[in-house]
Write a protein that binds this ligand. Structure first.
Ligand code: 5RP
Length: 236
């Protein structure tokens, strides 16, 4: 296992050990780090006979829940969650996160918003003072397909930077989300008030959701290559 993978696993195990207990409804995030969290949850369910319901944030998360024989639930059944555990592309000093590198930002934000506590798990590269330090792909915006061009123009006119339509891999044309929308990656050229920027982005017609998670994460666990874990909590 390389250092990055060791960090992801260490963060995931620590978060599951500290935040998961019996009779909870849990949001399951998306991405590669979450795989280790789900495996640890499944192990604890087996060892401790925990009664848990898992709410997915993507098709990938749903498959992970099913493949690990965990109980799958929906937001219709469980609109209030105890905790959500999810990865991030970058996390700044105030626990503002960029999410959506895997294109699942909208369902991730809906589920996180329904949870009492959002816990972020990531490797040490994601732990930064300012957004954009290591993550150069920008902030993902999920957009309604017909609006992609106007949104690209309006985002750059309003906030500068550049806005690229995300293209599919092993598929011609754009990447299509689990909700049937497109993704624009907005590469910003400076940090600012992320709450205000997020509001401006969301006000553009055609923008379904942004990958900016402001004042949402309560705690973030960053796994180091040596398997140790650094934790940071949101300021009250
Ligand atoms: C997917 C996400 C992921 O949580 C984020 O991209 C981090 O992924 P990984 O754990 O693979 O680094 O937001 O939309």
């Amino acid at each position: 296992m390389d250092g990055i993978q060791a960090g992801k696993k260490a963060a995931a195990v620590e978060a599951v050990n500290n935040h998961i207990s019996d009779n909870q409804v849990i949001g399951i995030g998306s991405g590669t780090t979450v795989v280790s969290a789900v495996e640890r949850i499944a192990q604890r369910v087996k060892d401790e006979n925990l009664k848990l319901v898992c709410i997915p944030t993507s098709f990938q998360a749903k498959q992970l829940i099913v493949d690990n024989n965990l109980v799958l639930g929906t937001l219709e059944q469980y609109p209030q969650l105890d905790v959500a555990i999810d990865g991030a592309d970058e996390v700044d000093k105030n626990l503002v996160c960029i999410k959506g590198g895997g294109g699942c930002l909208t369902q991730e934000k809906i589920v996180a918003n329904c949870a009492k506590t959002l816990i972020i798990i990531a490797d040490s590269r994601k732990n930064v003072e300012m957004l954009g330090t290591n993550w150069k792909q920008g902030i993902p915006l999920e957009v309604v397909d017909i609006a992609y061009r106007p949104v690209q123009l309006q985002v750059t006119q309003l906030l500068g930077g550049s806005a690229e339509l995300r293209m599919g891999k092993s598929k011609m044309g754009p990447c299509v989300t689990d909700n049937g929308n497109f993704i624009i990656d907005w590469v910003f050229d400076k940090n600012g008030n992320w709450h205000e920027i997020n509001t401006k982005l969301k006000m553009i017609p055609g923008v379904v959701e942004t990958g900016l998670f402001v004042n949402m994460a309560k705690k973030a666990y960053f796994g180091q290559p040596d398997g140790s874990v650094l934790a940071r909590e949101a300021k009250q």
